[in-house]
Ligand binder design. Structure first.
Ligand SMILES: [Zn+2]
Length: 541
């Protein structure tokens, strides 16, 4: 009775909003109310959610958007969202299954088909290109179309096959623009905004780990610029205002030592110091640690480059251990919006939770889920700082991963723990067993480094080095997890198929969550490149 009356209050609040003005109702009122405890309460909660939806669809926000923010959880498949929602709730001491992440409260939702022009299961380059340029293209391609070769060294050919991005269109219109990532800012997902190149691996011009440095070109061709150089040289409109992420050495000459790790040198062989070039622009600041980031004077700074690690920034779970200090994704999002909001013509911002993907590739669900929760926190900040009436926020993933949630564990069973049978008495449910009589975890991967390797070891993740250690001896069958703490942050979930390297992406649809002007265009099963067209339509481009 008590919880029913609280559910009615939520509907009443939505009605007030309808009569009064601004913020549209939230489609799903779950998690704002207590967990139902009877059939009647479940029935009432389900009906309340639909009553709230009826209010949303009576009041479509057909206005033009002033601002668009695109959040990309790299590799954030639906199973990742489910598991992160449960972990977040369990960490906060509330019902995990009833919990909702910030973006799960958005008004509109669709499925995104992630196959690229040439891949059934895609990498991040064509999927990110789809979202910001409106086309499908081939593996490795950064905002160039599918007619280009994977290694097209010629700048003139690349230019002819380039596709204009939403960042470029926004800049042409006088809007401010930015890109934020926990990956290297030159990595595939962030780079599609400002770069055009056939090969995502050409992040710097060097000859050490990229073949861009040594190439001999055909007559009449100039060499295509590497991705870091394209970021600093980006000059559509008045250039992008904000770029925050990792990847310092890609911007620095190979004669210059890294400020945080002095034994590491820059990667550039063309003598350019791109961080110094950026800092020399009018109103520009370059920062590489948390203290400098916090000290940025927003009144005097109109352009901000922040590079917080030589490669990707730390996983959220390890961020506190960073020697020089790094801002969180939510802190980077807040600072970016503060800078971009200064422009009365509006802004476009992409924010990538880039390391959800990396932790999955490592076979480590804990870091993938805690980075998903960190991105949900960044979405919450973005929504609080903007107005639903003029800001379209889209949250999606570029592709999925092979994480699955299996067994029949009880509601409330630790999501990182072993599946129980759900058949216990007095609140104690026995651990479920496989056909060998061995326990298994709720979370697992189809493939990846958590599988048994041929040389008879199983590995765990060393968070300091992000490399694997051999830990559990091979028994000739599945490991006996009876005495293994699978909730340890470094535990690698088992994989059915052991891979030499990383766990792979997965090819099923991912979700698109949208809120704000024209968010109702996000419905049904959409090809991924439709996301660009939703954003462009909302901005009136
Ligand atoms: Zn990946």
């Amino acid at each position: 009775m008590k919880s029913n009356s609280r559910i009615s209050l939520v509907v009443a609040a939505s009605l007030t909003v309808l009569g009064g003005a601004s913020a549209p109702a939230i489609a799903d009122s779950a998690s704002a109310t207590p967990v139902p405890t009877s059939g009647a309460e479940w029935f009432s909660a389900g009906r309340s959610a639909i009553e709230a939806n009826k209010l949303v669809h009576r009041e479509l926000n057909t206005r033009r958007a002033k601002n668009v923010i695109l959040f990309v959880g790299d590799g954030m498949g639906v199973s990742t969202v489910t598991a992160a929602r449960i972990l977040d709730g369990q960490q906060r001491g509330v019902d995990g299954e009833w919990n909702r992440l910030s973006f799960e409260k958005f008004s509109d939702l669709a499925l995104s088909v992630t196959a690229s022009a040439n891949q059934q299961t895609s990498d991040s380059a064509p999927t990110a290109t789809a979202m910001v340029a409106g086309i499908k293209t081939n593996d490795g391609a950064i905002s160039v179309d599918q007619s280009i070769a994977r290694k097209e060294f010629c700048a003139e050919v690349t230019r002819a096959k380039s596709v204009k991005t939403i960042m470029e269109r926004a800049e042409e219109r006088g809007m401010s623009t930015g890109v934020v990532s926990t990956a290297r800012i030159t990595h595939a997902t962030p780079s599609v905004n400002y770069a055009h190149v056939s090969n995502r691996d050409w992040e710097a011009n060097n000859t050490i780990d990229s073949d861009l440095g040594a190439t001999v070109l055909p007559a009449g061709c100039t060499k295509v610029k590497d991705i870091a150089a394209q970021l600093v040289d980006f000059n559509v409109g008045n250039g992008l205002e904000v770029a925050l992420g990792g990847g310092r050495p890609y911007f620095e000459p190979n004669t210059k030592a890294d400020p945080e790790y002095p034994t590491r040198m820059g990667r550039r062989t063309d003598g350019r110091d791109l961080t110094a070039e950026w800092a020399a622009k009018p109103g520009a600041a370059y920062v590489w640690n948390k203290a400098q980031f916090d000290a940025v004077d927003l009144r005097r700074t109109s352009r901000l480059l922040g590079l917080f690690e030589p490669s990707h920034v730390k996983y959220e779970a390890d961020r506190a251990n960073d020697a020089a200090g790094e801002p969180s994704l939510a802190e980077m999002t807040r600072k970016s919006i503060q800078m971009l909001q200064k422009n009365p013509r509006g802004f476009y911002l992409m924010v990538e939770g880039g390391r959800i993907d990396h932790a999955h590739h490592a076979g480590n669900a804990y870091r993938a889920l805690t980075d998903t929760i960190a991105m949900a926190e960044a979405v919450k900040v973005a929504r609080e700082m903007t107005d639903d009436e003029d800001t379209l926020i889209v949250v999606t993933a570029d592709h999925s991963h092979t994480l699955s949630i299996a067994g029949y564990p009880s509601r409330g069973n630790p999501i990182l723990g072993k599946a129980d049978t759900g058949l216990g008495l007095l609140g104690v449910s026995p651990v479920a067993k496989d056909s060998l009589g061995l326990p298994y975890t709720t979370l697992g991967y189809l493939n990846g480094p958590g599988g048994w390797t041929g040389n008879g070891s199983r590995r765990e993740l060393n968070p300091a080095t992000e490399l694997y250690t051999a830990e559990i001896p091979f028994s000739g069958k599945r490991p006996d997890l009876t005495n293994v703490d699978t909730t340890n942050p470094n535990y690698l979930q088992e994989a059915a198929i052991p891979t030499v390297g990383a766990e792979t992406h997965a090819g099923e649809e991912v979700a698109i969550y949208a809120n704000g002007p024209r968010s109702y265009l996000v419905r049904g099963t959409l090809e991924q490149n439709a996301i660009y067209h939703v954003m462009a339509n909302a901005l009136g481009l």
